[in-house]
Design a binder for this molecule. Structure first.
Ligand code: URP
Ligand code: ZN
Ligand code: ZN
Length: 464
């Protein structure tokens, strides 16, 4: 029997916050109470907050971008180490179906890639790119066996699926406890606008954003929600960035539709000023899809988080090195690999700009970064400090402030979009299944110690 006692901290869950001790036994939460004792290891959490570990349900580690012949710069070791330093104890990444391939083949191949490297627990959404009868037939079994969510792209070249195919997928998830997780942008409009910009000689990184305006996102978001309603299915909208998309989600929820959504830190603290053409190739550091938006959209997203119409904040960690990866598109923005690094800074950004600034309660912070994601994606043993839950938790000194530089972060990239920011909310200790894996800036985790997280089918009625 192994025990760990986290003594004298302030415990914060999605529902309550009070001074308490947390006793962990054999990797699970045993008790939360007062005056607890152990013969095992004790962490003195005086002055700290003790919270469920972060769950990041949107990461792209070792993720190939076939069209550009590049792969994201973090593998499952560097990416999960970065996560652990940023307070993340579970990730859900992606497993890509090849054209002509099966979903179970994608699952098996992805498990082989992740298993030797991950230092925290993991799972993944299967990205469906080729919809056919065999794939639709595989889905119920995958859902029952712990792979209940499926990512779809409504744009993005060879990964895009049609509306016809989206309805078919939604019909299968509706009846079987699955969930479609949708990247929503109108492909016709994006393709058209890219061609217009290139033809006008507007080829630099700054024009990426102009080719994907907010209306493109709002239209596809509404279409995905409506198709889900037609099929009687639940849906999760990935990375909401604009007021229009957020409004469609909020309206659907008001009429009782099982629609949930996420946003990401980059859309909450950056804006479209990063796309100033005067920035030259440096702008490529901020190329992601959807792009950052004007300030009034940023304000709408904060309002949606406060009011509850966005239910989770994930990172969409898609790290590419500036030198040699992003710079490949300095003269043609369509050649810049899309995405930002952010797995390590997600919790600190939301803590600093949400909790410390008074916009979000500490409980809401836990809901958005841990308990909500667990409920949305069927991670029954994660995201809470209830007795019996996996003892995944973080111990954070709420006053400690860190100056962000790329070199102090652990991702395998040569820049940070947040360089120069001062952030609070980094953990002093990160605990995964009762093991201290980060202590005072030191990694204690062995490569490959992470496990596949158990997941259940997703009941629409249980969604936050
Ligand atoms: O620009 C982004 N977000 N790249 C990652 C791929 C995705 O999910 O959109
Ligand atoms: Zn996406
Ligand atoms: Zn993504």
């Amino acid at each position: 029997m192994s025990e760990l006692l986290i003594r004298g901290g302030t415990v914060v869950t999605a529902d309550w916050m009070e001074a308490a001790d947390v006793l962990v036994r054999d990797g699970r939460i045993a008790e939360v109470g007062h005056g607890l004792e152990t013969a095992g290891e004790t962490l003195d959490a005086g002055g700290h907050w003790v919270m469920p570990g972060g769950i990041d349900t949107h990461t792209h580690l070792a993720h190939p971008i076939g069209r550009l012949g590049v792969t994201t710069a973090d593998d499952f070791y560097s990416g999960t180490v970065a996560g652990a330093f940023g307070g993340v104890t579970t990730i859900l990444d992606f497993g890509l179906q090849d054209q002509g391939g099966t979903l179970s083949g994608a699952r098996d191949g992805r498990l082989e890639v992740i298993r030797p490297d991950a230092v925290i627990d993991y799972g993944f959404h299967l990205i469906v790119t080729d919809v056919n009868a065999a794939v639709l037939g595989e889905m119920p079994g995958l859902i029952r066996s712990g792979f209940p969510s499926f990512k779809v792209y409504m744009t993005y070249g060879d990964k895009k699926i049609s509306d016809d195919d989206l309805i078919l997928l939604l019909e299968v998830t509706a009846g079987n406890g699955g969930l479609i997780y949708a990247h929503c942008e109108n492909d016709c409009a994006v393709t058209h606008l890219i061609e217009r910009h290139l033809a006008a000689g507007k080829t630099g990184p700054a024009y990426h954003a102009a080719s994907r305006p907010p209306a493109v996102e709002a239209e596809a978001t509404n279409r995905a929600i409506m198709l889900a309603e037609v099929a009687g299915a639940a849906i999760c909208i990935a990375h909401v960035t604009s007021s229009g998309a957020a409004r469609h989600v909020a309206e659907a929820r008001r009429r009782g539709a099982p629609v949930v959504s996420e946003t990401c830190p980059q859309y909450l603290v950056l804006d479209d000023s990063v796309y100033d053409p005067a920035g030259g190739c440096e702008v490529a550091k901020f190329v992601c899809s959807p792009p950052m938006r004007a300030r009034h959209h940023v304000r709408s997203l904060w309002k949606a988080l406060e009011e509850g119409s966005i239910q989770q904040v994930s990172s969409d960690h898609a790290p590419f090195r500036f030198e040699g990866q992003k710079t490949g598109g300095c003269g043609d923005f369509t050649k810049i690999p899309n995405g930002l690094p952010g797995i390590e800074t997600r919790l600190p950004i939301l803590f600093t700009h949400g909790v410390a600034s008074g916009r979000l309660s500490p409980e809401r912070f836990v809901e958005l970064t841990s308990s909500g994601p667990a409920r949305i994606f069927g991670l029954d043993r994660k995201g809470s400090l209830r007795p019996g839950a996996d003892a995944d938790l973080i111990v954070v000194d709420p006053e400690r402030e860190v100056d962000i530089t790329a070199s102090m972060l652990h991702s395998n990239v040569d820049y940070s979009p947040y360089e120069g920011m001062k952030l609070r909310g980094f953990p002093t200790w990160t605990v995964s299944r009762g093991e201290v894996i980060v202590a005072d800036g030191e990694l204690r985790a062995e490569r490959g110690r992470g496990r596949l997280a158990e997941r259940s089918p997703i009941e629409a009625s249980e969604l936050p």
